[in-house]
Design a protein around this ligand. Structure first.
Ligand code: AP5
Length: 233
């Protein structure tokens, strides 16, 4: 396989966890403190759907039903985004990989570019917490900002703090789609916990607490791993 060693070494972080575990919430905080760039594959797909692009049309059914988009398509979407640059001090992959096949494809991409996977932050929480979080989530259809009616309400009820648009329920937060997403997660994504644990890359974080408490644990784990990564370990 051809490698390109002339590129800047890119450091990659993976955020892994069930739907509603808090991947997006925590990744957003982390990127501010560490100068990382967050790549949310779910948000990329939702944007494509909103914009009515070819990609959006081809993935809309999968996303609304709570099923996974096919691996090859997702890997192509990710590669295209990484090829655009704008990767800050490193990249947080929020929502990729989601299957063992995607994890293997990511390993191939990293090897080809001599990029380094620094760690996998696994946000571990119970189904009860997940259902509470997804049940109260509201999103901004214009800018993608994320809220929760109880734990992270907007300043003005029903309106986005950033752009003022009216908040909506994410279509895949409907009860039937949530059931499907949890089933898909258990079958197809949870095996990645073992996959990355065996590679010594997993940081298991108890994600059931308040967002700030969870964030302190995430930040400490990432800071520790980052030093190791910078030292070339
Ligand atoms: P994606 O957008 O990635 O959805 P997901 O993995 O189901 O994750 P969520 O966005 O629902 O949850 P989260 O963990 O980010 O939690 P959040 O921080 O928002 O993917 C959507 C779809 O796209 C997939 O179903 C699939 O179809 C497709 N897709 C995407 N990537 C793919 C891939 N690689 N392969 C194939 N298909 C792919 O938090 C949830 C709520 O809880 C929020 O309201 C938040 O405010 C609140 N909250 C968060 N943390 C806390 C806390 N600690 N305390 C209290 N409230 C909290």
């Amino acid at each position: 396989m051809a490698t390109d060693r002339s590129e800047k070494k890119l450091m990659i972080w993976i955020f892994l966890g069930a739907p509603g575990a808090g991947k997006g919430t925590q990744a957003e905080r982390l990127r501010g403190d560490f100068g990382f760039v967050q790549i949310s594959t779910g948000e990329m797909l939702r944007e494509a759907i909103r914009a009515g692009t070819e990609l959006g049309k081809s993935v809309q059914g999968y996303v609304t039903r709570g099923e996974l988009v096919p691996d090859d398509l997702m890997a192509a979407v990710l590669q295209e985004r990484l090829a655009q640059g704008n990767t800050g001090n490193g990249v947080i992959l929020d929502g990729f990989p989601r299957t063992v096949r995607q994890a293997e494809m990511l390993e191939e991409i990293l090897a080809r570019h001599c990029w380094q996977l620094c760690g996998v932050v696994y946000l571990d929480t119970s189904e009860e917490v997940i259902l509470q979080r997804l049940g109260g989530r509201r999103i901004c259809p214009r800018c993608g900002a994320n809220y929760h009616v109880v734990t992270m309400p907007p300043k003005v009820e029903g309106r986005c703090d950033r752009c003022g648009a009216e908040l909506v329920v994410r279509p895949d937060d409907a009860p039937e789609a949530v059931r499907k997403r949890l089933e898909v997660y258990r079958k197809q994504t949870e095996p990645l916990v073992t996959f990355y644990s065996q590679r010594g890359l997993l940081e298991r974080i108890n994600a059931s607490g308040e967002a700030e408490e969870v964030y302190q644990a995430v930040k400490a784990a990432v800071a520790r791993r980052w030093q190791r990564c910078l030292a070339g370990g």
